[in-house]
Design a protein around this ligand. Structure first.
Ligand code: SF4
Ligand code: SF4
Length: 238
């Protein structure tokens, strides 16, 4: 979800790049899982998050929904999945010891927290979210790249930027279509995005994927093509 807020509202105004040192290391979140509880529908998942969860749990998108790990909500006109809180208002992936049971494949929002991302035309940078982490006063310095703990980081950064631009583009197109009286096709666009980028798999071939690297590689190759195709399809709508 894109938020229109000033940096002063949500941070100390400083931004960071991958090789910068930043005070955001929570010390392994010892004895704390506050940000895995009571999050409502705010942990929105992007396509790579779903791919990672599917791979580590062995479930399809529909099964993740049916088993109440995730749910769907409308976000800025799109139908997007988010982590579902359980009846105790905790993330379903939190184990009995208060630890994340999908830690190595946790969603991007969880991966970078308490960092957030701020975008401009050239790309994005990271910032420390103010008032979000209970250990804010005791956070330790760490290199951004190490904290976000993401494999194939250059490709991942390109993916984040391309996905972000695509989502913005769709938002603009939807606004234009609505104002030109074509509101009836907005649901079709939302369903198209859901199916193409969340429900459908991203494998290049039918081979059995044994290496973690392989499915992530496939994902990047396929999603870049799929985004290009989607621009063409949505561009033709008038
Ligand atoms: S609030 Fe901070 S310390 Fe607690 S679980 Fe979240 S990130 Fe970790
Ligand atoms: S996926 Fe893991 S880190 Fe993210 S909210 Fe759930 S338990 Fe916490």
């Amino acid at each position: 979800m894109l938020r229109e807020v000033t940096m002063e509202d949500i941070s100390d105004g400083r931004t960071y790049e991958l090789n910068d040192m930043v005070k955001c290391d929570t010390g392994d979140c010892k004895d704390c899982h506050k940000c895995c509880m009571g999050m409502g529908n705010s942990i929105i998942l992007d396509p790579i998050d779903i791919v990672r969860l599917k791979n580590t749990l062995g479930f399809s998108f529909e099964e993740l929904l049916k088993m109440n790990y995730i749910e769907l909500n409308m976000v800025d006109g799109l139908i997007l999945p988010n982590i579902k809180m359980n009846e105790s208002d905790m993330c379903s992936f939190l184990d009995e010891n208060g630890r994340c049971s999908v830690h190595k494949d946790r969603p991007g929002i969880c991966r970078i927290f308490p960092l957030g991302r701020v975008y401009d035309d050239k790309g994005f940078k990271y910032f420390v979210q103010k008032g979000e982490c209970i250990k804010e006063a005791n956070l330790i310095k760490i290199k951004v790249k190490k904290w976000i703990d993401t494999e194939q980081v250059s490709q991942n950064q390109e993916y984040i930027m391309r996905w972000h631009s695509f989502i913005r583009y769709i938002g603009d197109r939807m606004l234009k279509l609505r104002s030109s009286g074509r509101g009836e096709i907005l649901n079709d666009i939302a369903m198209y995005v859901l199916n193409e980028f969340y429900v459908k798999d991203f494998t290049l071939t039918d081979r059995v994927v044994e290496e973690k690297q392989d499915y992530i590689n496939d994902f990047y190759v396929v999603i870049f093509d799929r985004i290009d195709e989607a621009y063409k399809s949505i561009d033709t709508l008038n």
